[in-house]
Design a protein around this ligand. Structure first.
Ligand code: OSB
Ligand code: MG
Length: 370
């Protein structure tokens, strides 16, 4: 496969409901969409970088810069026999995993379409369905939170994640647990705490959480190891794991017992497979996180989590929770049993609705080889 044309669009989709985490509140999903073409076939990759560098350092602007000035030229410079060769071709560029992932995932999606196979087949996964979990943002108060959890539990989601931050933690977990004593429940702090807060996490041990996600520094594994030694609840790492080496370091140190894999955060599908395999070899269960993706990135996540190491429900939930109109048809839906059907058509397996993509596009750059 010799890439001939790469298009990078910047899109903006209003969110039906604001999404709030410990690092901020967002009312619209703004992101880059990469389209990579060869021999008349085009594949798509959604970039998870946000407008602000508050989750991780990359932004839409840094991703566009790194794509335009470094990654696109590297991708045009050679032919690829298999999309797994794209990740190593980017090795000279340090960091910028989200920018790399957007183009790398477009190359995988293109290869799947060329072969007429669903993405999961190329990744080594399986068809069928995946178990859906849901991530609930910080709500105005704990009554609203409990109401929200009730809605999602009734919709069938197999586990519920709530966001916590200082001042909105212990009481929120306690309120949800009181109403839902047996619900598979977890809390995500997005790096809002330090080792000075160990006592809080010791108290959370009482609530039988499946895990506490990324409580400490975004680039730390050492402090997380100290915290994991102090509490019974498994620590899950999200922000801290940006490569298979990060996962190995975390495993060696005992910094976590569970890993959240977001393909956009680790550099794409090849890196996700490496993290998945490393964790499987070390007995660490993984699940697939989310970044409020449009249907394009959402479906990429669906295919990835058909790999055998994804033994826990992830954060992939229904399109209708986020957008009035998703970019794909049909939208991603969740059954009353909390399952998402794995598409069997080529590539991501749902149609992209171009008039909606055009309406959401706020900028566009086209690059051609040679
Ligand atoms: O930490 O998992 C996270 C959204 C944006 C940034 C970081 C995170 C999240 C979520 C939402 O938890 C997951 C989703 O619904 O896509
Ligand atoms: Mg997280």
């Amino acid at each position: 496969m010799k890439l001939e044309r790469i298009e990078v669009r910047r899109l903006r989709l209003p969110l039906l409901h604001p999404f709030e985490t410990s690092f901020g509140r967002t009312t619209a999903k703004e992101f880059l969409l990469v389209a990579a073409s060869a021999d008349g076939v085009t594949g798509y990759g959604e970039c998870v970088a946000e407008v602000d560098p508050y989750y991780l350092p990359e932004t839409c602007d840094t991703a566009l810069h790194v794509l335009r000035d470094f990654l696109v030229p590297l991708a045009f410079a050679r032919a690829f026999d298999h999309p797994r060769e794209v990740w190593p071709a980017f090795a000279r560029v340090r960091g910028h995993e989200m920018a790399k992932a957007a183009l790398e995932m477009a190359a995988w999606e293109l290869a799947a379409r060329r072969e007429g196979r669903p993405l999961h087949a190329l990744l080594g996964g399986r068809g069928g369905e995946i178990a859906a979990g849901v991530s609930i943002g910080i709500q105005p108060d704990d009554t609203a939170l409990v109401d929200r959890v009730a809605v999602e539990a009734a919709a069938g989601y197999r586990r519920v994640k709530i966001k916590i931050k200082p001042g909105r933690d212990r009481a929120s977990v306690e309120a949800v647990r009181a109403q839902f004593p047996r619900l598979p429940l977890m809390a995500d702090a997005n790096s809002a705490y330090t080792l000075d807060d160990v006592a809080l996490f010791e108290e959370l041990d009482r609530f039988d959480l499946m895990m506490v996600e990324q409580p400490l520094g975004w680039d730390d594994v050492v402090d997380h190891a100290a915290l994991q030694r102090a509490i019974r609840t498994p620590v899950c790492l999200d922000e801290s794991i940006r490569s298979a080496d990060d996962a190995r370091h975390a495993a060696d140190l005992g910094a976590c017992r569970i890993v959240n894999i977001k393909p956009g955060r680790v550099g794409g599908f090849a890196a996700s497979l490496a993290v998945h395999d490393l964790c499987a070899a070390r007995g660490i269960p993984v699940w697939c996180g989310g970044m409020l993706e449009s249907g394009i990135g959402r479906l990429a996540n669906v295919h990835l989590q058909t790999l055998p190491g994804f033994t826990l429900p992830g954060d992939t939930s229904a399109s209708a929770r986020y957008f009035a109109e998703d970019l794909v048809d049909p939208p991603v839906t969740v059954s009353p049993q909390g399952a998402i059907a794995v598409p069997e058509r080529p590539g991501i397996g749902h149609d992209i609705v171009w008039p909606r993509v055009e309406r959401a596009t706020i900028a566009r750059e086209v690059f051609t080889a040679g």
